[in-house]
Design a protein around this ligand. Sequence first.
Ligand code: ADP
Ligand code: ADP
Ligand code: MG
Length: 658
Amino acid sequence: MFKKILIANRGEIACRVIRTARRMGIATVAVYSEADAEALHVRAADEAVAIGPAPSAESYLRIDRIVEACRRTGAEAVHPGYGFLSERAEFAASLHEAGVAFIGPSPAAIAAMGDKIESKKLAVAAGVSTVPGHLGVVGNPEHAARIARDIGYPVMLKASAGGGGKGMRIARSDAELREGFASARNEARASFGDDRVFIEKYIEEPRHIEIQLVGDRHGNIVHLGERECSIQRRHQKVVEEAPSPFLDDVTRAAMGAQAVALARAVGYQSAGTVEFIVDRDRNFYFLEMNTRLQVEHPVTECVTGLDLVELMIRIAAGEELPFGQDDVRLEGWAIEARVYAEDPERNFLPSIGRLVRYRPPDGDGIRVDTGVYEGAEITLYYDPMIAKLVAAGRDRAEATGRLQNALDAFAISGVRHNVAFLAAITASERFAAGQLSTDFIGQEFPHGFAPPTEPVAADRVLLVAAALAETRLHAAEVARDGAVCEPAERQLIVLLDKRAHAATLRAEGAAFLVETGGGSTLAATDWRPGQPVMHLRVEDRIATVQIERLPGRAFRLVHRGVIREARVLTPRAAELLQMMPAKQPVDTSRLVLSPMPGLLTQVIVAEGQEVKAGEALVVVEAMKMENVLRAERDGHIAKLRARPGDSLAVDQVILELE
Ligand code: ADP
Ligand code: ADP
Ligand code: MG
């Protein structure tokens, strides 16, 4: 076994690999860029080597510097994590040349699966079912249109060198195809330096289901069941689970057999994933093979009891797989939610800054894989993932319940994040019913993520939480002022997003009987002012609410993805408030502001032009993503205040609407 390995990655995955290596008694070497000198993976490793400036191209993607770091530290093997150099055959080959083992498959297997057109040809030859399409480069829009009519609309244009959901376009007509062809090609050239594009049938309302594999250097290949990753945004996974609520044993076995056949065809040795798209009738089609550890691998670890990183290390060291196909048992259910520094209320724009507060949840069946800590900085240089939250249980309902409680308790501040959005996804009836498809987010949140306008079940908990919070605050003040006893009964008016509810609180031992128009509830909490999370007992259930103090007797509360502003008043104060003239909120919808620091790459509209709500105005590039800013209402462009090529500060005015 290796004595020392180097991890050629950063963030949560570097930390996760280090954890297993440490358990195996293997020393670890981290590499880091200038932006990561204080990062968690650097602190977690036994040694760390600086490899260059912040941009990945000058550090984490520098093969020469990583090989040199191995030489200097005497690392015998390298784990590449995911992203960065993990799927670069040239990297694996350079390590081999330097006498260092690559903890992954052979350069030949990486190369064979690295190209979508070539890997599909290989799949067809291995008897794997593929999406109907044209297995060749499409030269021009006319060629594209001929093929599309042949396959039948809708079709999908894809970059052959693509990955990470980039370079893909759906087309439902010749016109859309022409437009999509140009943009898919441009995006492919910009992202991958390779503009080859191909076409395949677009499968409607599909599910993304993938098979996890492991192969050793002795010819054994075993599959570890599936993961369903249908909850996606822009073709990027957001929530993943194992097993899939859709597969039956026959389909699972058939998909597993095809995945193993493909792996065998390329002599696959390590952990890898074969991705399939599955239609409503459980027909499945090969999409691509990822020749690395995947982001969502923890759900497979939860249901198999295996450590995939350990297996990868043992395989790279030449050991034989310690089990065969018949020994693999899937037990229980696991769901992963990706926590990102992005703002779901502002079209998922990436957010950067310091994690002023970072309190991950814990509890039965909860696993948090993270690369950050409280006080750490989220920069614009790398992927904005903060953590992966994984919940396991005996069945899907138990795993979902645990995930929901953990999301309710996950306290993050300092950057915008998607925790409430993840909670809203997992709280939906459709999620509970397991009716997933890659259109899930688009259909469930057609207007983006916003608090429900009508009262919902979570509001009862929020109402009780607000009343208790005010009462605890009041009690703390009374105690400070030297008074000894609290009144046994208090009348309050709770404004939840401006909807008024009268509440009476009556002390019952350490608990309160909260009476409102909606009925009476026995509730208790030991929350103290200043804590970011309130656990409260509501009847015989424990609920968790995120709580943030706002000016006045007001709070921002979040529970099950429902975000409300609550204001708690005495009846007298409520009466006085009613007599006050309503304050007119400042109208900022007139100004289009840059939601983050970035580069203005495109101005789509011209001064004087009429625009409709939802229409694209400008494109801002930040964190490697193109963000289209849209009009929030109808109007006309009064003034452009920035030009393409301008660097934008956060909240800088880009244009004025009238
Ligand atoms: P998965 O199926 O494992 O989610 P993705 O295609 O989403 O795979 O990519 C995995 C991770 O690798 C993502 O976090 C993504 O940001 C990162 N990634 C993808 N391509 C690159 C790249 N060229 N350089 C750096 N990171 C990348
Ligand atoms: P990437 O390399 O970016 O991961 P994939 O080929 O794996 O690219 O596709 C990513 C996602 O795009 C899939 O999970 C699925 O949601 C969608 N997708 C890809 N191909 C098709 C298709 N033919 N029909 C419908 N959706 C597709
Ligand atoms: Mg993929």
